[in-house]
Design a protein around this ligand. Structure first.
Ligand SMILES: NC(=O)c1ccc[n+]([C@@H]2O[C@H](COP(=O)([O-])OP(=O)(O)OC[C@H]3O[C@@H](n4cnc5c(N)ncnc54)[C@H](OP(=O)(O)O)[C@@H]3O)[C@@H](O)[C@H]2O)c1
Length: 270
């Protein structure tokens, strides 16, 4: 178990207005952490309402930052705004993400580029901006919300899977580089979870893979994620079947076959 006590720690979570990020905010509040919550500017009121509820219920400090991470200086602006309001961030949770489903050659190019900006560039920049301060403090944690999609090609959301594979590789490589500094980087790799992202970007009502992965509740994913975070699991895939498929089975199945199975599973189901 970690010696990293979350009580009184300052935790920054991006994309905290809904889904997994919203539930993670409550889990960190339950641990006694102060919350610095980011969201898309369109969700400003929703996030402020959620932050007030958490502050009243758990007696923690909260602050909100409605900043668009897809803007060229979005991550830099978030870093600056947060640092103006608090002397240091102890835990960075990179969580904000978007999705687009369909054939690669048909999804609008602007949407694909936006996805790379939010899911990959914002993650890398926020890591790059907060990590030196954590290393100087000899303490800190980064939790990157990647996906089970990070481990194999994902037909029909090829760019999405590509951004998650990027975050996975980046997280693991940098975590290795900074061993001994007191800072650690973890990834959370959920499979399909019932949140607004799956009702956006042309994602079908169901895909065949749900029969294997199941369809998780974001509150359950967040609870399990915090437990894994406290146990310092570097890569955490919630659910036994998902863990077995994406962590074990994948090593024994040829890449070509994995890709074909993934293609089969990610097709829309009636
Ligand atoms: N749901 C799943 O099946 C699943 C599975 C594996 C991994 N994940 C990952 O989990 C993370 C959280 O997603 P979720 O499932 O909880 O979906 P969600 O409820 O849609 O959460 C995504 C959050 O990111 C925010 N966001 C999007 N674009 C942004 C931007 N340009 N600037 C700032 N914030 C922005 C969203 O704000 P708006 O609502 O205003 O757009 C929202 O709060 C994502 O990284 C996703 O890829 C999800």
């Amino acid at each position: 178990m970690s010696k990293f006590d979350l009580r009184g720690k300052n935790v920054l979570i991006t994309g905290a207005s809904s889904g997994i990020g919203k539930e993670l905010a409550e889990c960190f509040a339950k641990e006694g952490s102060n919350l610095f919550l980011g969201c898309h500017p369109s969700e400003k009121d929703t996030l402020e309402g959620w932050a007030d509820q958490l502050q009243d219920k758990y007696a923690v400090k909260t602050a909100t930052f409605p900043i668009d991470l897809s803007q060229e200086k979005g991550p830099e602006n978030l870093h600056e705004a947060v640092r103006k309001s608090v002397s240091k961030i102890d835990v960075l949770v990179n969580n904000a993400g978007i999705l687009a489903y369909g054939n690669f050659h048909e999804i609008p190019l602007e949407r694909q580029e936006l996805m790379i900006k939010v899911n990959a560039i914002a993650y890398f920049k926020l890591m790059r901006l907060f990590l030196p301060e954590m290393i100087a403090a000899k303490e800190g944690r980064i939790l990157n919300v990647a996906s089970a999609a990070a481990f194999q090609p994902t037909a029909f959301h090829a760019i999405y899977g590509g951004t998650k594979a990027f975050v996975q590789s980046l997280s693991e490589a940098v975590n290795q580089e900074i061993k001994g500094t007191g800072v650690k980087i973890f990834t959370l790799n959920p499979s399909y979870t019932d949140t607004p992202i799956l009702k956006s970007g042309g994602f079908p009502e169901k895909v065949w893979w749900y029969k294997i992965s199941g369809f998780s509740d974001p509150a359950v994913i967040a609870r399990k994620a915090i437990k894994a975070f406290k146990e310092e699991k570097a890569v955490y895939i919630p659910g036994m079947i998902n863990w077995f498929v994406h962590s074990i089975l994948i090593r024994f199945v040829p890449r070509r076959l994995t890709n074909a199975i993934s293609y089969w599973g990610l097709r829309a189901r009636g």
